[in-house]
Design a protein around this ligand. Structure first.
Ligand SMILES: Nc1ncnc2c1ncn2[C@@H]1O[C@H](COP(=O)(O)OP(=O)(O)O)[C@@H](O)[C@H]1O
Ligand SMILES: [Mg+2]
Length: 580
């Protein structure tokens, strides 16, 4: 079913701005209709005046008129199509831009809730359906609708009785189209899903290509890839099959109708009620009407597909983010930089049963270094990501300098925070731009300085083009440790007052780490620093340590205190740190 809400929305936000062009296309459509009808109508005087009355002037004029009529038709058709193709490409651009904006701004949890391949499919497959609806279907409604009206007029002028018989076919054709349209809607949604699956698989395939080789799963993947491609092919083939299903129905209907018409018109001619010139003009009009009727019968199929796609796309464009940007709120300036977690609870929406954080109360002193230790999966990274509001507490609140962070301007909050994530992510861009990403206005000298501090300059200088080297998708051309150092360089460049380090040096060898450590010590001096620690040295340097266990804070204190007070910490320390 086509929902009027979707229709209004598509019109208001995406097509109304092109209304002038659409009107122009409509004008050309009127010309197409008029010229097509004229060609049919001209047969009447042609036969009467030339063949029957043997008129000498019209033998020149009528063929000329026919050339003009056909040329007018061809040229108008070209412009009508050209304009609508342009409009639909513009609409495509706006839709894709809106979707991309939505992706960029969407809450991390929303982005993580679906495989990226599905989103790729929305951006390509679905948008294409909508574009096609505009460039083909809507134009066809105008053009073929008007042409049909024009031709019907010619038919009625030539003989109304015959025309009445001919138009019986139109409702029959539209019933067929309606039934097919419903079926198409369903298959089209399935096809979209399969296209999404295929994209998802493709992305996984590229990401995991080494794993596939090492575990020798090529045959398995070949089998799987065949399934994905085949599933999509099945649905596409089904769409095509349903689409052409109207063809035999239409042909049979046409055959029956022509038979009836010959029978009936024969009787009219025999009884002298119908002249031969009128009959031929009528017949020409009817034949020309065949194509518009056929196209119009299929229009609603493509429109169903287009609307089904719109109903998948619009919710993406309309994503309601829970993490309010608070753009209207005042900018926040850090004074002390104290961060307090007040009874914070959190679970991921995708898995509400996993209580990732439970009644977390923390106090990160401003200008000091606090460490979080705990087993993997205990919730440390999640906790850290809540400070720049990547995730929002499901209960409780987080305060910075005694103010609830959910209440102030998000951009100003994030501008004060650097985070070196556990998983380094990089753009397929140059080394320079990857570091600069943290502060685009920084000068190249500042970037070089940051790179030097994070011990990046050695390996950067060895790259083929130095700072201008493209590093490949997510930095494939770099080692894990090199990527991590680029990520640390970003933190050096940003120079923010709050620094969050999530196992920031875990991929580095101890020698490189030692070198970085000195610079890091400088960086974090007098800044609110929270480190998720994996090395003893970090812990010994920390002013305070929190022990996280299954989403709860179970102990806190300095290293020496915890060794005595906390069994969990002692145990953890002995297993994790002692050997280092
Ligand atoms: N994006 C996510 N969606 C759902 N669950 C997640 C997500 N990220 C982490 N988790 C779950 O949250 C828990 C805490 O994870 P995390 O904060 O990464 O722990 P840590 O950093 O201490 O190893 C784990 O049980 C993990 O399975
Ligand atoms: Mg982690």
């Amino acid at each position: 079913m086509i929902k009027s809400k979707t229709f209004k929305r598509l019109y208001k936000d995406y097509t109304s701005i092109f209304i002038n062009k659409i009107i122009l296309a409509a004008v050309f459509s009127i010309l197409v209709a008029l010229s097509t009808s004229a060609t049919a109508w001209l047969l009447d005087p042609a036969i009467e005046k030339i063949f029957i009355n043997k008129d000498q002037t019209l033998i020149i004029l009528i063929p000329l008129a026919i050339i003009i009529a056909f040329s007018a038709k061809g040229i108008s058709l070209y412009f009508a199509k050209l304009i609508m193709i342009n409009v639909s490409e513009e609409v495509k651009k706006i839709l894709q831009t809106d979707m991309l904006k939505s992706f960029i701004k969407a809450d991390t949890e929303i982005i993580e809730s679906k495989h990226s391949g599905k989103y790729v499919s929305n951006l390509n497959f679905d948008v294409h359906q909508i574009t096609r609806m505009l460039s083909e279907s809507f134009l066809s409604i105008f053009k073929d609708g008007l042409t049909l009206v024009g031709l019907l007029c010619v038919m009625f002028v030539q003989n109304w009785k015959l025309s009445l018989i001919a138009i019986i076919m139109i409702p029959l054709a539209s019933i067929t189209a309606k039934i097919l349209g419903k079926r198409m809607n369903k298959i089209s949604t399935q096809a979209q899903e399969k296209s999404g699956d295929l994209n998802r698989y493709l992305i996984d395939l590229f990401k995991n290509h080494k794993i596939i080789k090492i575990f020798q799963r090529e045959n398995f993947e070949e089998g799987r890839s065949e399934t994905f491609v085949n599933d999509f092919k099945e649905k596409s083939a089904k769409i095509a099959a349903v689409y052409i299903r109207s063809t035999p129905v239409m042909e049979i209907l046409t055959g029956i109708m022509i038979a009836i018409l010959i029978f009936y018109s024969g009787r009219l001619i025999i009884s002298g009620e119908l002249a031969i010139n009128n009959f031929f003009s009528f017949l020409a009009a009817m034949m020309l009407a065949y194509q518009p009727v056929k196209t119009l019968a299929k229009v609603n199929i493509a429109i169903s597909q287009g609307f089904a796609a719109a109903e998948r796309i619009l919710p993406i464009i309309d994503i309601k983010n829970e993490i309010n940007l608070n753009e209207d709120k005042k900018k926040f300036n850090i004074s002390k930089g104290n961060i307090i977690f007040d009874n914070v609870n959190f679970h991921y929406k995708s898995n509400p049963d996993n209580k990732v954080l439970q009644n977390v109360n923390l106090n990160f002193a401003g200008g000091k270094m606090t460490a979080l230790v705990g087993h993997s999966g205990s919730g440390k990274s999640t906790l850290l990501n809540m400070i720049p509001r990547i995730y929002a507490p499901t209960a409780g609140s987080i305060h910075l300098d005694d103010q609830d962070i959910s209440k102030f301007n998000l951009a100003s909050l994030r501008s004060q925070i650097s985070i070196v994530d556990q998983n380094t992510t990089l753009f397929d861009d140059t080394v320079l731009n990857n570091i600069k990403y943290a502060r685009p206005e920084a000068s190249n000298e500042e970037v070089f300085e940051a790179a030097k501090q994070s011990i990046c300059n050695e390996f950067i200088n060895n790259l083929e083009n130095g700072y201008e080297t493209m590093i490949g998708e997510n930095g494939v051309k770099l080692s894990g440790g090199e990527k991590q150092r680029l990520s640390i360089a970003r933190a050096f460049l940003k120079k923010s007052k709050i620094i969050l380090l999530d196992e920031a040096t875990s991929s580095l060898d101890s020698k490189t780490e030692e070198k970085i450590q000195k610079a890091l010590d400088q960086l974090v001096m007098n800044k609110t620093t929270i480190v998720i620690a994996h090395r003893l040295s970090t812990i010994l340097n920390s002013d305070k340590i929190y022990v996280v266990d299954s989403g709860k804070i179970i102990d806190s204190g300095r290293h020496e205190e915890l060794l005595i007070q906390s069994k969990v910490y002692k145990n953890f320390y002995e297993r994790q740190f002692k050997e280092h």
